[in-house]
Design a protein around this ligand. Structure first.
Ligand SMILES: [Ca+2]
Ligand SMILES: [Ca+2]
Ligand SMILES: [Ca+2]
Length: 180
């Protein structure tokens, strides 16, 4: 088990606050999940009757299950910030790769195998980030990739986000935040 630098903690807490603890209760639980589904589908223009709505619900539910199964070590059905950090300290990549592949599905709204700037910004705006910030973050992580992020590139960026201590690593910007 390695220790987490302040920089890595700042990146982890960004993901915790933006994508998981949406109601700001300090913990991740099912209430946050419901809000996440609504926000993502509203941003994509999907109504509860659309097939994409059900698909998003299923994807996010799986994300929640994977994260909770890994991180909720005291089994109270909530993931605290400490539990979240602890989960990322370990070298267990399996759960993080499931999470990663589901996030890609969520971002690639058109299901064409790459994330474009509009898909990226729409998702992050829905989660409360600014359009300008998200645009800048996209530019930083997609720059060598013709303005899009393909799955292979996404996987590299993901790895950097969660493991790199280099403040200039492009992967730091995969979650819509351009400055740490
Ligand atoms: Ca919460
Ligand atoms: Ca817990
Ligand atoms: Ca796409």
């Amino acid at each position: 088990m390695s220790s987490l630098s302040t920089f890595r903690k700042a990146k982890l807490i960004h993901v915790f606050n933006t994508f998981f603890d949406i109601n700001g209760s300090g913990e991740i639980d099912e209430k946050d999940l419901e809000i996440a589904v609504k926000r993502v589908c509203e941003a994509r223009g999907w109504k509860p009757s659309d097939p994409e709505y059900g698909r998003t619900q299923k994807t996010l539910k799986t994300v929640w299950n994977v994260v909770t199964a890994k991180a909720d070590t005291d089994s109270d059905n909530q993931v605290s910030v400490e539990e979240w950090y602890r989960a990322w300290k370990e070298d267990d990549k399996e759960w993080s790769h499931i999470f990663r592949d589901l996030m890609f599905l969520l971002e690639d709204a058109s299901c064409d195998g790459h994330i474009d700037v509009d898909e990226y910004i729409a998702l992050y705006k829905a989660m409360g980030l600014t359009e300008e910030g998200s645009r800048e973050a996209f530019r930083k992580c997609a720059e060598k990739n013709d303005g899009e992020i393909r799955k292979e590139r996404f996987d590299e960026l993901w790895e950097e986000y969660f493991t790199s201590d280099n403040p200039n690593a492009p992967g730091n910007f995969i979650f819509g935040k351009a400055h740490f």
